[in-house]
Design a protein around this ligand. Structure first.
Ligand code: PMP
Length: 401
């Protein structure tokens, strides 16, 4: 008998299952609205032109090698990543109250945060938004945390349930970790307003909650790096202890290079050496030291003025295409007088839209139209193109009638 004989099949990971169904589907009108990765208007993956340029420069540089990086990662990458997050002149940077650790994507930054918060600080409870990116729960569960939810989505109004959120955060116990989506909430595409962010921040301070901001879409949402960093910078302005998990998967299109950064901001710079040493021990046992390629691309672009400007243009290209698709989808539904109010499609920001479609409606889109989306009704706007937007709108119209 094999020792594996009692291993049971785990539930499928829904987004990857959708991609599989999409790939196996023979309908030429099929559309994949599942996976959160940028696509061009031709429906193709996009390597940012500035990334191509940085890569050729790197390939020609014979001084580079494949030695291990330091445990904490590539210094140039970490400092430049922290600067775009907080802004070059942020007090936390000039007062040396920040440190950062290169991680395997935003996922790795979150996993490292969970390891440190659980193992070093002994925190045991994490609060995530309802709904949230599915992996938040899995990552913290595997680090031994118990998972609690705070209200977030108001389904009746397709907007933020701010009073519910505040009530739940106010009732959270001291030292609970609170994960906040820094910009472009996944899956809803609904963010707090600046004033709401201020209230959230004050509540976290008053209730002694530990804030972990997940910032996976800086620049991707509005097209502007500073605007999308509002929440992260506002919290950092308050001189509080906090973490930010940064991902370069979307804004650099470096999905498979696993390029992320865990930024630590502290009230008190004097404890940074201890924090650094403990964080390195966590890293050492998880991945030992991080991969080079993506971090080198990001550092090369951020430290070269011409590349940096070009990158901002590339980000705008992506953000604008998504905004355009939101508008076209909305217009198509309006033109058909599709029942319901669809203004949330243009109000929501970032890669995703929470359509409000029910599970049955999603199922109909899948079986009758071969349009693949999560059962929650979340669609990735990146899957919509000028060519398929009318077809998607028609399917939504049919599903809700
Ligand atoms: N957080 C959120 C909210 C996300 O949507 C994602 C990407 N889907 C991530 C973190 C992490 O992305 P990655 O690990 O690919 O950088």
């Amino acid at each position: 008998d094999s020792v594996f004989k009692n291993v049971e099949m785990a539930p499928p990971i829904q987004v990857f299952q959708l991609t599989k169904m999409y790939n196996e589907c023979s309908n030429e009108n099929k559309v994949n609205l599942g996976v959160g990765a940028y696509r061009t208007d031709e429906g193709k993956p996009w390597v940012l032109p500035v990334v191509r340029e940085a890569e050729s420069q790197m390939a020609a540089d014979l001084t580079l090698n494949h030695e291990y990086l330091p445990v904490a990662g590539m210094p140039d990458f970490r400092t430049s990543a922290t600067k775009i997050l907080l802004g070059t002149n942020h007090a936390a940077i000039s007062e040396n109250r920040t440190e950062s650790f290169q991680a395997l994507g935003g996922t790795g930054a979150l996993r490292l945060a969970a390891a440190f918060l659980g193992n070093v600080l002994g925190f045991k409870v994490v609060y995530v938004s309802n709904p949230t990116w599915g992996n938040h729960k899995g990552i913290f569960k595997s680090a031994g945390f118990s998972i609690k939810e705070y209200r977030y989505w108001d389904n009746a109004n397709r907007s933020l349930d701010f009073s519910g959120m505040m009530e739940d955060l106010s009732n959270a116990p001291e030292n609970a970790v609170v994960i906040l989506h820094g910009v472009a909430h996944n899956p809803t595409g609904v963010d707090p307003t600046p004033d709401q962010w201020k209230t959230i921040c004050q509540t976290c301070i008053d209730k002694k909650l530990f804030v972990l901001i997940d910032c996976a879409y800086q620049g991707f949402a509005s097209g502007d790096l500073d605007q999308d960093a509002f929440a992260s910078r506002y919290f950092a302005d308050q001189r509080m202890d906090m973490f930010v998990a940064q991902s370069f998967s979307k804004n650099f299109g470096l999905y498979n290079e696993r390029t992320g950064n865990l930024v630590v901001v502290t009230k008190d710079a004097s404890k940074l050496p201890e924090i650094r040493s403990q964080m390195e021990i966590q890293i050492r046992v998880i991945w030992s030291n991080p991969p080079n390629h993506g971090a080198r691309i990001v550092a090369t672009v951020l430290n070269n003025k011409a590349y940096y400007e070009q990158w901002k243009g590339d980000i705008l290209t992506m953000a604008n295409r998504i905004k355009k698709m939101r508008q076209e989808l909305y217009d198509a539904l309006r033109d058909m007088s599709t029942p319901g109010n669809w203004s949330h499609i243009t109000k929501q920001i970032g890669m995703f839209s929470y359509t409000g479609l029910s599970e049955e409606q999603v199922e109909l889109m899948k079986t009758k139209y071969n349009i693949y989306l999560l059962s929650s009704g979340r669609i990735s706007m990146c899957g919509i193109t000028s060519k398929n937007v009318a077809y998607v709108a028609k399917a939504i119209d049919a599903a809700v009638r």
